[in-house]
Write a protein that binds this ligand. Structure first.
Ligand code: MN
Ligand code: MN
Length: 469
């Protein structure tokens, strides 16, 4: 065979793993950058699951979605959502075909690793006031010291009044930080293992240093409480019923001389929330019922009544069946068995600096498009739902027919570690599920990195799935 023929054969037979940017026209690149601007804006308005649900509900309402309580009956084309306690959300567009034939679902999560305040957070030490924290999700603790932090969340009083807190985002706001030891005196600390360099109980937020002008002990603490009382009308006891989250006070921004990437907090998994939510807004009168899940608590095991393990999602779908006037025993289970889902969660992108943890043939690369994981899990795929080959083929067909850049990868080398998503929870109901999201660098760090191309391909891929699965 001559050189040209050999090259043609290679072109035909090899799985060509191409840099996505090489495949995009100038117009397409423009569309990618424009879409990323909307994402960055969304990220800068919402940093916690509560704020994401609030922003997402607003977007849904602007696009004709109504709360399920507002519908007496549902019919094809209707757009409906259910806001679960302000922390998770399910949306649906009723399909033209009978829902009995199954739904097309895309599910992501809005919670991200962070530091939560303890129920009794406030104390004074050596004339400094501090908040005690308890970290949420898998973090490398040292990354959370000496960075600007903002406080977001709610304080609920016994009379039901809910005080919203968001401080540290505007340039005129004060920020907060967790101090670390100066290198001059850190000889012992520097010898510790990285995991032990900063102890969980030392993640204390510095919040003030002026003593109250009066005669008593703990004057700095009193001064802080006095400020909080004037600003929010709360007393120390009200922290007992609060959910206050510390998140990096750093805006999400465009990154690189070529502006090809995005740096920002909480892209796991708000990037998939945005990509799927905005895709759903482009769906009108779908053949199959299109369902979008924005879940909570994924980072701590999907428990709780706003996590994916709860039955609230089933209740929402049952309520759709009630309002379609077709519900009957076991119909819900049957519909789940006929349904298909993309578990929209981020994937670990290969980081050349730390490439030793990845197996290059089976890693996701930033810029090569949406990243699919047939399975996640750890050590022998343990805990993975492992998508069926038939379903993987169907998703491949949809992506290839619609010219979506995609890659199928594993989360790191065999036996190096592992992870999970909400995929298995939905798979347990009988749904065909595959993980399908955006590759990330520095996952779970205060500042995560993604590619604008992958974000855009995820968005296009989700739209294609809802229209064609
Ligand atoms: Mn995630
Ligand atoms: Mn995560």
């Amino acid at each position: 065979m001559d050189k040209k023929e050999t090259e043609e054969l290679k072109q035909k037979l090899f799985n060509k793993k191409e840099n996505g940017w090489n495949t995009k026209s100038a117009e397409e690149k423009q569309a990618i950058f424009e879409y990323a601007k909307g994402y960055i804006n969304y990220m800068n308005q919402s940093k916690t699951e509560r704020e994401i649900v609030e922003s997402s509900q607003k977007i849904a309402q602007e696009n004709g979605f109504k709360s399920i309580e507002e519908y007496e009956n549902l019919k094809p084309g209707d757009k409906v959502y259910y806001n679960n306690r302000g922390k998770s959300m399910y949306l649906a567009i009723i399909g033209e075909n009978s829902i009995e034939n199954g739904m097309n679902i895309i599910g992501s999560h809005a919670d991200s690793p962070r530091l939560d305040l303890k129920p009794n957070p406030l104390y004074e030490d050596s004339e400094f006031a501090y908040f005690k924290t308890h970290y949420y999700g898998g973090i490398k603790k040292y990354q959370w010291t000496t960075i600007p932090l903002a406080i977001h969340g709610v304080i609920v009083k016994t009379n039901g009044e809910k005080v919203k807190v968001s401080i540290g985002e505007h340039i005129e706001d004060p920020i907060f930080t967790i101090t670390d030891l100066l290198p001059h005196l850190a000889q012992d600390q520097m010898k510790k293992k990285l995991a032990e360099g900063i102890e969980g109980e030392d993640l204390n937020l510095l919040i003030g240093s002026i003593p109250f002008d009066g005669e008593c002990g703990e004057k700095v603490k009193l001064n802080i409480l006095n400020i909080l009382n004037q600003k929010y009308g709360i007393t120390e006891k009200d922290f007992l019923s609060s959910e206050l989250e510390l998140v990096p006070a750093m805006p999400c921004r465009s990154m690189g001389f070529d502006s090809s990437m995005i740096a920002g907090y909480g892209q796991d998994d708000k990037i998939c929330v945005y990509a799927s939510l905005t895709a759903l807004m482009k769906i009108h009168n779908p053949q199959k019922t299109a369902v979008c899940i924005i879940s909570d608590k994924e980072e701590i095991g999907s428990m709780g009544n706003t996590g994916m393990e709860s039955h609230v999602f089933d209740t929402f779908i049952s309520e759709l069946l009630n309002k379609l006037g077709i519900n009957r025993p076991n119909l819900l289970e049957k519909i789940f068995c006929n349904s298909k889902m993309l578990s929209a969660d981020v994937d670990a992108g290969l980081d050349p600096i730390y490439s030793s943890v990845s197996e290059k043939n089976n890693a996701s690369y930033l810029g090569r498009g949406i990243g699919m994981n047939k399975y996640t899990g750890a050590r022998g795929k343990s805990g993975a739902s492992d998508a069926n080959a038939e379903f993987v083929a169907e998703v491949r067909r949809i992506f290839e027919d619609n010219d979506i850049r995609y890659q199928i990868a594993e989360l790191g080398k065999v036996d190096v570690g592992g992870g999970g998503t909400i995929a298995y929870i939905l798979a347990n109901k009988g749904i065909d599920v595959i993980d399908c999201g955006v590759p990330v660098l520095s996952m779970h760090a205060p500042y995560e990195v993604t590619s604008k191309l992958d974000l855009y391909e995820a968005h296009r891929g989700y739209e294609a799935f809802w229209k064609n699965a």
